[in-house]
Design a protein around this ligand. Structure first.
Ligand SMILES: NC(=O)c1ccc[n+]([C@@H]2O[C@H](COP(=O)([O-])OP(=O)(O)OC[C@H]3O[C@@H](n4cnc5c(N)ncnc54)[C@H](O)[C@@H]3O)[C@@H](O)[C@H]2O)c1
Length: 381
């Protein structure tokens, strides 16, 4: 039977534009999908550069204004891979035009912004998803399965970090291409929304809702030249963010993110400690799961380092033979495959916009607590 066509219109041809384009191309090659994604149109502001991107990735057409992209009748799905300040406007317009919407994280720059996006997709009734791709690292997906099976027993602790070191130089400007993450108006926040959002999404997926937080943040470099104005301007983002929190299940957690941990490039880690078992994972060794089970025979009890490459590990039967590992880009491929399969089954694919909003509610509480220096409840709804 001929597959249904899913015409994709992508906004943004940067880092995420590449990972998403690759994912739409690869997903139907490795997964038996009911829909065939088609790279119909790519949109970004520079016509010359967008043309080059379209040629490289095989997009059929180009647009330089996302509004035009949304108006097109031949686009089924709008995929937003542009900076954070563009997410809400594009997603809401896309939903109102009846398009499916995929959006990069964080969903909104604030929970208030994210709420308007959730309202738009829900009132339009369009399928939607946020690209919290790390849920779909097979080792992380396996931790979720083990937790859901109850193998850990009661959960006591969760700890997670995301460490980088690329903004240490005070000569680094803020704003504009590649450096929009340092401009608070565009990014919304610093490492809290950019990095911790990933840790929080994963944590709540694995361990349930976070109810209250107490946080501290720091902006180590207070002024930087702004690329767009040419002037030295105050830096409005948080360079480092640390919080402790409580989950609804009674467990306690610590989270830390920074771009000032010299030597660390993208050290995303998690550890969960339960009554019977513990698990550890880190992005630099993403195909390994460290697992300890106290119920093992005492003489042989210890941490196992499991190479997550067997065909019965999540997603792995779609790839190579056991022992051969996969990497970062595959998490996006998995997300496209899951989205398309959910679409065919008439189900929503998590993380939905509502899940993205839940994460934004936690990052809001973190930033609020850093200001008030008090415990802050996570305000949902
Ligand atoms: N899921 C992840 O792991 C992950 C990783 C990196 C970035 N992100 C998110 O992806 C988004 C994009 O980040 P990036 O690293 O790809 O950024 P980038 O700077 O590499 O690319 C951004 C792209 O958006 C385009 N753009 C900017 N404004 C636009 C507009 N008004 N209309 C059309 N195009 C516009 C730029 O030309 C560029 O092509 C951000 O929201 C970011 O937080 C997610």
């Amino acid at each position: 039977m001929a597959k249904k066509i899913l015409n994709v219109g992508m906004v943004g041809y940067g880092f995420m534009g590449r990972t998403h384009s690759n994912a739409f191309l690869q997903a139907p090659r490795y997964f038996d999908l009911p829909y065939q994604p088609v790279l119909k149109a790519i949109c970004a502001r520079s016509a010359e550069r967008v043309k080059g991107f379209a040629e490289n990735w095989g997009y059929q057409t180009i647009e330089t204004d996302w509004r035009k992209l949304i108006e097109r009748k031949d686009i089924d799905l709008i995929d937003i891979a542009s900076p954070n300040n563009t997410h809400a406007e594009i997603a809401i317009a896309a939903a109102q035009a009846g398009k499916m919407v995929m959006c990069e994280k964080p969903l909104g720059r604030t929970a208030a912004e994210a709420r308007t996006m959730v309202a738009a997709v829900e009132s339009a009734g369009v399928p939607n998803m946020v690209w919290y791709n790390y849920r779909r690292v097979p080792a992380v997906t396996l931790i979720k399965k083990l937790l859901d099976e109850g193998r850990f027993g009661r959960i006591f602790h969760y700890r997670s970090k995301f460490l980088q070191d690329w903004t240490i130089s005070s000569d680094l400007p803020q704003g504009g291409e590649a450096l929009w993450r340092l401009d608070v108006d565009v990014a919304g926040s610093g490492v809290t929304g950019d990095l911790l959002a990933h840790n929080i999404d994963m944590a709540m997926w694995l361990n349930g809702p976070i109810t209250e937080v107490v946080a501290t943040t720091e902006t180590f470099i207070k002024e930087r030249k702004h690329n767009l104005t040419g002037k030295v301007e105050p830096v409005g983002i948080d360079d480092a963010s640390i919080f402790i929190c409580r989950f609804a299940n009674g467990s306690l957690a610590t989270f830390e993110a920074t771009r000032y941990a010299r030597g660390h490039k993208a050290l995303f880690t998690l550890e969960v400690n339960g009554e019977h078992a513990s698990a550890k994972w880190d992005l630099h060794d993403l195909h390994r799961l460290e697992f300890f089970d106290h119920r093992d025979e005492s003489q042989l009890r210890g941490w196992k380092s499991i190479h997550i490459t067997d065909s019965d590990h999540p997603y792995m039967k779609h790839w190579w033979v056991p022992g051969l590992q996969i990497g970062y880009e595959h998490t996006f491929v998995h997300q496209v495959a899951d989205f398309v399969e959910s679409l065919a089954a008439g189900k929503s694919c998590s993380p939905t916009f509502a899940d993205g909003l839940a994460t934004d509610c936690v990052t809001d509480a973190v930033l609020r607590s850093a200001k008030t220096r008090q415990w802050e409840k996570v305000l949902l709804g």
